[in-house]
Design a protein around this ligand. Structure first.
Ligand SMILES: [Zn+2]
Length: 94
């Protein structure tokens, strides 16, 4: 299990990906930080959950993984890890 890579968040107006450094649209200079945080929320939770799993804290990881899947249902690594941790702790993954 490894951390998931960042995703590109395009500007809603220009469809140009946000600049990874400034989190602004390179075209119209719109501040996309809030949008980026929203889109990244599931991955941030997933990466944090990975750290908990590594530390043997399955209960804490489960909370984060359920939230990650709710925030980004298509986040496959989070689904897989949720299933794995759920099976280990004997709780339902849903
Ligand atoms: Zn723009």
């Amino acid at each position: 299990m490894t951390a998931v890579p960042p995703i590109e968040v395009p500007c809603p107006q220009c469809a140009v990906p946000a600049d990874p450094e400034s989190l602004r649209c390179p075209s119209c200079r719109e501040d996309l930080a809030a949008l980026v945080r929203l889109r990244y929320a599931g991955r941030i939770d997933y990466n944090e959950a990975l750290a908990h799993v590594g530390a043997g804290e399955d209960a804490a990881a489960l909370v984060l993984l359920r939230r990650a899947v709710a925030q980004e249902p298509g986040l496959r690594p989070a689904q897989d890890l949720l299933a794995e941790v759920s099976a280990r702790t004997g709780t339902s993954g849903t």
